[in-house]
Each structure stands twice: as C-alpha cells, then as structure tokens.
Write a protein that binds this ligand. Structure first.
Ligand code: SAH
Length: 198
C-alpha cells in the first residue's frame, strides 16, 4: 500500500519517521529506484533491532550507502530529515501526545517539507472487531489516542490546508461496511507538485 504510493509518485529518497524495527525500510531496500533511505526513531533499542534486521554491518558498500538509521525525536526540528522526496509515518502519530502533535506537524510539513507525506493510524471504529479489547481501550498501551475516520479526515484536511498540501485518504486492510478499515492512511502531496511529476 505504502510502497505503491511511493512508486506512483516516483520518489527516489524516503525518510521513515518512527521507523521502529525497520519493517518498512527492509521492504524499501528492495526497491531499486530508491536511492536514499533514512529511518529515524526515538528508541535506541528499536534502532538496534532495525540494524540487525537490515544486516547493516554485512551490506555491500553500495547498499550500505543507500541507508542510514538516525536516533532522534519527531517533535523538534531536525535538519537531517530535510530534503527528502517523501516521508512516511506508519502507525506513529498515535504514539505522540496530542499536545505535541502540533509540533510534529510543523517539523514535518513546515520544516522538512517533503513532496509526499504518508501517514497511517488505527481507525478506532474498527476496534469493535477486536473481541479481546474492552470497550474504550486502545490497541496498544502506548497509544495516546485512536481516531475515527472523521477525526483523521478533519486532522488531515486541516494540516493540508495549513501547510499547502493536497490530501487523499486511503483505507488499509479489509473494509467493513459499517466501521471501515482497520487502518487508515492519508497521502499528502505538496501543492507545487499536484497534478505534475513528484
Ligand atoms: N513505523 C513502525 C513502528 C511503529 S510504532 C512500524 O510501522 O512498524 C511507533 C514508533 O514511533 C516506535 O518505534 C516509537 O519508538 C516511535 N516514536 C514514538 N514517539 C516518537 C518521537 N517523539 N520521535 C521519534 N519516534 C517516536
């Protein structure tokens, strides 16, 4: 899903924000058109796991030069994540305190300003299908919030309008007729790239 969007936009450089243990990065490594990949996370532990998963110490030099893991946070401006064609934040925003989300928006959409931004987050409406979850409980203890489709759409529209991006919303996973998909994705395209080549 995410990879298809990156392919469609013909991006060459991607920064994966809150990359975790490197699941997406390991798949992106196989995409030959991608020339530079960076993963950033606040947790040293998950970055160690990512380095192992990606076998960073065993990669041939040309592959090794394509990828970098960075320790850092998402709510302070960071020059290392600027200048990329695309940024992804996969199941990350719900880990940020809602009052820090505004800082993240500025860091990403105002300072880093990639042409394409892909954000995914759980659709809380779908939680009724998880019988193990007591009503009102989130999917993960570290989640600070989980949004309905309407809440995510409102957030995405506001961010897009504020920072000069267009946005569309894409369901991820099997769509339930009533409550929608388990995961929701927003694809932001910077206004100067809309309708043209990324
Ligand atoms: N994108 C990965 C991981 C999602 S879990 C995946 O899809 O598998 C959320 C990740 O965000 C965790 O690895 C966590 O360490 C990271 N994270 C949470 N708050 C952060 C912050 N303020 N700055 C950077 N990373 C953060």
């Amino acid at each position: 899903m995410v990879i298809a969007e990156l392919e469609m936009a013909r991006v060459q450089t991607v920064v994966d924000l809150g990359c975790g243990d490197g699941k997406l990065l390991s798949r992106l490594m196989k995409e030959k058109q991608l020339t530079q990949l960076v993963g950033l996370d606040v947790s040293v532990r998950v970055l160690e796991i990512a380095a192992e998963r990606l076998r960073l110490d065993r990669l041939p030099q040309r592959q090794r030069e394509r990828i970098q893991l960075l320790h850092g946070g998402l709510t302070y401006r960071d020059a290392r994540i600027e200048g990329f064609d695309a940024a992804t934040a996969i199941e990350v925003i719900e880990h940020l305190d809602e009052n820090r989300l505004v800082a993240f928006e500025r860091v990403l959409f105002q300072c880093a300003r990639p042409g394409l931004v892909i954000v995914t987050t759980p659709n809380v409406e779908y939680n009724i299908h998880y019988s193990f979850l007591p009503p009102g409980q989130f999917r993960h203890p570290d989640h600070r919030f989980e949004w309905t489709r309407a809440a995510f759409a409102a957030w995405g529209q506001r961010v897009a309008t504020t920072f000069g991006y267009g946005v569309r919303f894409v369901p991820v996973g099997t769509v339930d007729a009533t409550v929608g998909p388990p995961t929701q994705m927003a694809v932001f395209t910077r206004d100067d790239l809309q309708g043209g080549e990324a």
